[in-house]
Design a binder for this molecule. Structure first.
Ligand SMILES: CC(C)(COP(=O)(O)OP(=O)(O)OC[C@H]1O[C@@H](n2cnc3c(N)ncnc32)[C@H](O)[C@@H]1OP(=O)(O)O)[C@@H](O)C(=O)NCCC(=O)NCCS
Length: 176
């Protein structure tokens, strides 16, 4: 199995696996109430908790891919994450993303999501990628629409009602 610690590069972003050295950024992102509002997850409580989460993130070793940190190429700074997660309980691969609020509204999530979908199909050979979104998360729904993902009903997942979107190879809009 190839382990893809480096994800796609776009006009403005690079994608790479996060390490424990990124704990401060990971805490800042995952403790922000505006970021966590529609994730269904509790916010991280400390940098130590963030370090622990990063130290015990098995996806790359287990599946060869995961959620990548998004690095703004212009500055070299981490500004969010985006990537793919195998949901073994559903037998699906899910795309997910979060960005620091000061970077919202510039098309960066769309750029990242579109590139990670392309990586999933073209490099990993996936045949289907889903996204699960809480119904009130209009910005995230818009990102998925802009990435040409199709609405595919609703499911109950981890105790939360979610809209399901789906993409298959060939669904994607042009390169970003
Ligand atoms: C969802 C999120 C990643 C979007 O990031 P972003 O970089 O701002 O996204 P983009 O700029 O690529 O696109 C956002 C789109 O949503 C639209 N939008 C933003 N807020 C909106 C709202 N409240 N209602 C409707 N549309 C909204 C924007 O106008 C834009 O669409 P447009 O290009 O047609 O104008 C970001 O808000 C985030 O990190 N949220 C917290 C984490 C999260 O909820 N992740 C998703 C879990 S499923």
């Amino acid at each position: 199995m190839n382990v893809h610690r480096i994800g796609p590069t776009t006009l403005r972003l690079e994608h790479r696996a996060l390490t424990v050295a990124d704990a401060e950024f990971f805490f800042r992102l995952n403790s922000h109430p505006d970021v966590m509002r529609f994730t269904g997850e509790p916010p991280l409580g400390s940098v130590d908790e963030a370090r622990d989460a990063l130290a015990h993130y098995p996806d790359f070793e287990e599946h060869g891919y995961g959620r990548w940190g998004c690095v703004l190429r212009e500055t070299g700074a981490l500004i969010g994450f985006c990537g793919l997660k195998r949901l073994t309980d559903l037998g699906e691969v899910d795309i997910g993303y979060r960005f620091l609020p000061e970077f919202w509204g510039r098309g960066l999530a769309t750029e990242a999501c579109s590139a990670c979908l392309g990586f999933g199909f073209d490099t990993l050979g996936l045949e289907r990628i889903i996204a699960l979104v809480m119904p009130g998360n209009a910005a995230s729904v818009r990102v998925l629409e802009k990435c040409s993902m199709r609405p595919d009903g609703e499911i109950e997942y981890c105790g939360t009602r979610a809209l399901r979107f789906v993409a298959e190879p060939g669904d994607l809009a042009g390169p970003v």
